[in-house]
Design a protein around this ligand. Structure first.
Ligand code: UT7
Length: 324
């Protein structure tokens, strides 16, 4: 009998520098009104100079390591802002957490990396490959941000969120339902860091660029479809969902998706106003914030969806565990 993967803990970390819209406007040709109306973002956090993504990941995950009920045998980091192009960031994080020797790898799928990681890790736990895993979404978006770019500068923020997953006993109900995963690589430049990879090793543009309106339309369409497919695969009706936790891309996108799914505002979890779009850290930070808010109760139905560079999308369902 396959073993269920259980969500045993959630934790988030935001670096201490808070960047409000007034600060953004020191470098950007825009207005406070445009930023709040078009994105719903009022502030975001920024890592101090000299802080790497591994530092954020370690801060986010440390409380889960301290609380783990047994040995952790893998550390997985979802990030599009790794410490270096090589090696992966996860081994550095594992060692920083006192877990040298653990399996460690990165998921390079930008905003959907955490949910893709969840699909992989829960399957590996169910198959008996791993017993207890730290999955961390961490981003230092400030390292790849052009502060004068009107398409990105006001959106992205730094942060990290972590989840501890462990094998339950046969017969326990798994925390996560089936996954809906997908991609469309026909236009990789829609959200991209253009240079520095093998397709353009000598190019100079190492900042994130985004064709906002096209990405916006795809985000709404794909997150709506994918969330519906994940709910259906779990045999849930979207009407029964207690919490809708979507990648915090932009408040208007969240509302457009939730409106199409007919999920009322009180059931939409939103923290994009306070943290901005933190890419791979967005979903775990939102889940950790939901846990901290004490608003979710054991047994609550949580519908999770994400969308981003690639393009890629990923959704699943979570039955809120006891004691989180
Ligand atoms: O996390 C990965 C997934 N990411 C996303 O899903 C994000 C997707 N996209 C977005 O969030 C939005 O497209 C943006 C927030 C980036 C842009 O909002 P938008 O409503 O799509 O604006 P737009 O680019 O269509 O521009 C509307 C107007 C234009 O002016 P005109 O032509 O109407 O006169 C732009 O020139 O707003 C202007 N504009 C700005 N004005 C002030 C564009 N950017 C700015 C700006 N400040 N930063």
């Amino acid at each position: 009998m396959s073993r269920p993967a259980l969500l045993a803990g959630l934790s988030g970390w935001l670096p201490p520098i808070v960047v409000d819209n007034a600060e953004i406007l020191r470098h950007l040709d825009s207005t406070e009104q445009w930023i709040t109306q078009r994105t719903g973002i009022h502030r975001r956090h920024r890592a101090e100079p000299g802080t790497a993504t591994s530092d954020l990941a370690i801060r986010a995950a440390a409380p889960l390591v301290a609380a783990a009920r047994g040995p952790i045998d893998a550390v997985v980091v979802a990030t599009m802002t790794p410490d270096r192009q090589c090696p992966a960031t996860a081994p550095v994080v594992a060692t920083g957490l006192g877990l040298t020797g653990a399996a460690a790898w990165d998921v390079a799928n930008a905003c959907t990396g955490f949910v893709y990681g969840l699909a992989t890790v829960t399957a590996m736990i169910s198959a008996g490959v791993l017993n207890r895993v730290l999955l961390i979404g961490a981003e230092t978006m400030s390292a790849v941000l052009d502060r004068s770019d009107r398409g990105t500068a006001m959106i992205f923020g730094d942060g990290a969120g972590a989840a501890l997953l462990e094998a339950g006993r046969p017969g326990d109900a798994p925390s996560f339902g089936p996954f809906d995963l997908g991609s469309d690589g026909t236009r990789p430049g829609l959200v991209a860091i253009p240079a520095g990879g093998s397709s353009d090793p000598d190019g100079e543009d190492r900042c994130i660029r985004m064709e906002g309106p096209s990405v916006y339309r795809s985000a709404v369409e794909k997150m709506t479809d994918s969330a519906q497919l994940a709910a259906k695969a779990a045999d849930w009706s979207v009407a029964d969902v207690d919490w809708f936790v979507a990648h915090q891309a932009n408040a208007r996108i969240l509302d457009a998706v939730a409106d199409r799914l007919d999920i009322p505002p009180a059931r939409r979890f939103v923290n994009v106003d306070r943290v901005g779009n933190t890419s791979g850290a967005s979903v775990p930070l939102a889940l950790a914030d939901l846990a901290t808010s004490r608003r979710a109760r054991a047994g609550d139905k949580v519908l999770i969806t994400s969308f981003g560079a690639g393009l890629t999308w990923a959704s699943t369902t979570l039955t809120w565990p006891e004691g989180l």
